[in-house]
Design a protein around this ligand. Structure first.
Ligand SMILES: [Zn+2]
Length: 677
């Protein structure tokens, strides 16, 4: 493996229209953070950059929906995202944002450089235009039927049902998401990056020189390249974004996917004056951590941009993960089907490491994976508590009990002692190989194997029995156990930083550098330990049940929202509507109709008269709650006998998708007999 002088690690810029959820963490931020912490322990020169991606159509749509400015939307989510990352312990050197002036300058200069070099092609095409809104409909401003799978709400840039990448002109029955109207085609011009020209370079660079990339990444790139690349528009007709810095481009902004990856560069610039060293010196190893939906942008489009610019290095690796599901269902922001980081931090105080552990152990590294709360509980209780926490705790408790909390001397190590101590360096090497190759699950498993080994060693040696016959040998055993604990404090740091810090404190030692892991004399004989507390605590069923109940509630909400509505009825004339005499009435009394479950007999004052109406609402209302309530009454409906009672008219009710009935009532108290029209 090539040795690099320095590392530049980027994590995908979160899109600032919603908070962070476990899918983002497992896919991108936890592996990136583990990798950076590992490099820092190796005393490498490393910087870790990220920031909020704040342009693009979904943000302006959300702003329109909420009646605020796009800037207000991104300000809100930038803060939420930034704070939750910080509290969770993701160790960015900088968390930047793409609405910063530095980013505007950097992205504009980048575009201008390419423009001046003639790297773009200018093309005039016909694009969809909403005449009511007076706006071109890029990306998510337009929806229609997907030409691949028939899904009726595919976006102009992507079908979320089948995952196809689309362009607006492929949509069948396109309609504007601003006004709902049918758009017209109108001429406009844009700048395109001719990706087809970069195809030979990309084929050689990826398919021949980067065979070491993860198979899911390499495979997706290969299929893009084999499908043939086409010029891609890098500008849009929008009012939210970075203005195209060229004369005659008024009303046009950079495409969000053109400016977003440049966000890594502007973040680095803001962090350090030496930014060019990290971006332009081939001795720097550039690694992009991303989710699988970003592969094409980071492996094909951004490298083509960097190549076109000419002075930048290309990524050495792009370790993208697959998707994490939640309780068997695709995580979805719009359906609120997610475990949100800021909510987790509220619900599980000081349990950052538990989530880090579970999301790393179940990371979707090579295929999609599922997060379940039962698995979360099991991994905490059976692994963190029972293996790691238990081993460390026993080593401490026994040392305090038999040796006054001082590390006993290793007087006469036997073969078993030496074998166990010799394992530490071997395990470190295995963790190292896995981390170097972005196999974080395996690396974590190996790390836990050291705690497993420690547990087995104590169980085999039974120091609690040995002390009765041989104090010196008991001292040897606890010395070995404590050396393992000390090494564990270093080995777990990339994965479980809070726990590592605690353990270092209990051991009263300096944090280990990576190369010090394997030293079996880290703790000197006689060294005094602090009292230890438990590193982890059991998570009870009630805490898990609360989370499951929360999800069940969301599922129910979604189901009723998605329930099939009755199909629309055929058109009626104004006269037909006018024939209905709907009045504001008031319920005077209500009683159950004997021998029925559903019927109430109501006495209604319609303003015109007092009459009896029988209504099938007994399952939803108590008779005693109804007197005095204003309702809408269809007063000229033909009378009908129901259970021997003459019912004159009908009370208007709305039926919710789950079959519940609610009254249609005037918004304020209205004179009885007023007409509804
Ligand atoms: Zn589709």
């Amino acid at each position: 493996m090539k040795k690099f002088k320095r590392y530049l690690i980027t994590a995908a810029l979160p899109y600032a229209n919603g908070p962070i959820h476990i899918g983002h963490l497992a896919g991108v931020y936890i592996p990136a953070d583990i990798y950076c912490r590992y490099l820092r322990m190796k005393v490498e020169d490393v910087i870790f950059v990220c920031g909020s991606d704040e342009h693009g159509v979904p943000i302006s749509i959300k702003a329109k929906q909420e009646g605020v400015s796009p800037q207000q939307i991104v300000d809100k989510y930038h803060e939420i995202i930034k704070d939750s990352f910080k509290e969770f312990g993701i160790s960015f050197d900088i968390y930047h944002r793409t609405t910063s002036p530095t980013h505007f300058r950097t992205a504009s200069t980048f575009f201008k450089t390419l423009f001046d070099k003639g790297a773009f092609v200018e093309k005039t095409t016909k694009q969809y235009f909403d005449t009511e809104a007076g706006q071109f409909l890029a990306d998510r401003y337009i929806v229609g039927t997907c030409p691949r799978c028939g899904f009726e709400n595919a976006y102009g840039d992507q079908c979320e049902k089948c995952g196809s990448s689309l362009s607006p002109d492929e949509l069948i029955h396109p309609r504007s998401t601003i006004s709902g109207s049918k758009p017209i085609l109108k001429e406009t011009f844009h700048w395109y990056l001719p990706l087809d020209k970069y195809e030979p370079f990309l084929r050689k660079w990826i398919l021949e020189e980067n065979k070491h990339w993860k198979s899911n990444v390499y495979g997706q790139c290969k299929s893009w390249l084999d499908g043939g690349l086409e010029p891609r528009a890098v500008t849009r007709d929008l009012d939210w974004g970075i203005p195209v810095p060229v004369e005659g481009a008024e009303g046009k902004v950079l495409y969000v996917w053109f400016d977003a990856p440049i966000g890594y560069i502007s973040a680095t610039k803001t962090l350090t004056r030496k930014w060019q060293l990290y971006w332009k010196d081939p001795e720097t190893k550039l690694v992009h951590f991303i989710g699988k939906d970003n592969i094409v942008f980071h492996c094909i489009i951004f490298p083509a941009m960097l190549k076109a610019e000419g002075t930048y290095i290309l990524p050495d690796n792009v370790p993208a993960n697959e998707f994490l599901n939640l309780e068997g269902d695709k995580i979805s922001t719009s359906r609120n089907w997610a475990v949100w980081l800021h909510e987790y931090l509220e619900d599980f105080k000081n349990k950052q490491d538990v989530l880090r552990y579970v999301l790393c152990a179940a990371a979707p590294e090579t295929k999609d994976n599922d997060f379940t709360w039962k698995d979360f509980q099991a991994r905490n209780n059976n692994e963190l508590v029972a293996i790691l926490g238990n081993f460390v705790h026993r080593s401490f408790v026994l040392t305090h009990k038999y040796f006054n909390g001082r590390v006993p001397e290793l007087k006469n190590p036997d073969k078993y002692d030496n074998e166990v101590l010799g394992e530490i360096i071997k395990i470190r090497k295995q963790v190292e190989t896995n981390l170097d190759n972005f196999r974080f699950r395996e690396a974590l498993k190996e790390t836990m194997n050291l705690a497993r080994l420690g547990n087995k060693y104590l169980a085999d040696r039974e120091p609690w029995n040995l002390i009765k016959t041989d104090k010196d040998k008991t001292g040897d055993v606890l010395n070995v156990a404590l050396q393992i604990s000390a090494n564990l404090s270093g080995l777990i740091e990339p994965f479980l930083p809070d726990t590592s810090r605690k353990l270092v404190g209990y051991l009263k030692m300096a944090p280990l550098k990576w190369t010090e892991i394997g030293n079996v004399k880290v703790l000197k004989a006689g060294h005094e330990l602090r009292e230890s507390k438990l590193l982890f605590e059991k998570i009870e069923d009630t805490a898990i049940q609360e989370q499951l109940d929360k999800l069940a509630g969301i599922k129910k909400q979604n189901e009723s929202a998605e329930a099939k509505l009755e199909p629309a009825k055929s058109i009626i004339s104004y006269d037909e509507f006018n024939k209905m005499d709907i009045r504001i009435g008031m319920i005077l009394s209500a009683e159950k109709v004997p021998k029925t479950d559903k019927l109430l007999k109501l006495k209604i004052d319609t303003g015109l008269d007092v009459r009896t109406i029988v209504s099938g609402i007994a399952e939803y209302f108590k008779p005693e709650d109804l007197p005095g309530k204003q309702v809408c009454v269809l007063a000229n409906l033909e009378p009908r006998k129901i259970k021997g009672i003459e019912s004159r008219g009908m009370i208007l009710l709305a039926e919710t998708p789950d079959g519940k009935l609610v009254f249609v009532i005037p918004e304020e108290v209205t004179q009885l007999g007023s007409t509804v029209k």
